[in-house]
Write a protein of this length. Structure first.
Length: 183
């Protein structure tokens, strides 16, 4: 009978991880739809470059996070923790573009959040696959998401076009009762 508790605990951990991954991707696509579209475009146009940029930038930050316990200076330790967890967060945000890219192929006519949800379900199922997903695909996916985040540069927003003011405005005539009360 003790094995039932272990099995149920593993199922609960998998379900929680599935919902956490899905929540990050749908929330990122909902809060920053332009950035999520830019991340998806990076995955569409140059996915290998996103992976390579991510491996060479995300990798050292994660190694720094994992070895932060050995750093004697508390200030450096805090910087290492912030940098590592920030890289993971930006990896999740960038991977929302991959979920959106998969969702675009599954349902091209749906809204952006529905595409992110459908693609996120497929991607989360791949990431929670035992052993291969946990040990390899999740880390490669987060590294490519971090690379897509860096390549899309969402912090460099394109200058918004100014509000268009009509060149000729029709004169507004005031009613007679309104002009009498003004005098």
């Amino acid at each position: 009978m003790p094995y039932t508790g272990i099995v149920l605990a593993l199922v609960a951990v998998h379900l929680a991880l599935f919902l956490i991954l899905l929540g990050h991707w749908v929330a990122a696509a909902g809060m920053w739809p332009k950035a999520a579209r830019a991340f998806a475009d990076v995955y569409e146009q140059r996915p290998v470059r996103a992976l390579l940029v991510g491996v060479f930038t995300y990798g050292p930050l994660i190694v720094l996070l994992l070895t932060s316990g050995n750093v004697p200076n508390p200030l450096y330790k805090i910087v290492a923790l912030i940098g590592g967890f920030g890289a993971i967060l930006f990896g999740f945000i960038g991977t929302s573009g991959l979920a959106l890219r998969i969702g675009r192929n599954l349902s091209p006519s749906a809204d952006i959040w529905q595409q992110a949800l459908r693609g996120g379900v497929m991607l989360a199922l791949v990431f929670i696959t035992p052993f291969l997903g946990w040990l390899f695909l999740l880390h490669v996916g987060l590294a490519s998401g971090f690379g897509a985040f860096l390549l899309a540069r969402p912090w460099k927003s394109k200058s918004a076009e100014p509000f268009a003011v009509p060149a000729t405005a029709a004169p507004v005539e005031m009613p007679v009762a309104a002009t009498a009360s003004l005098s």
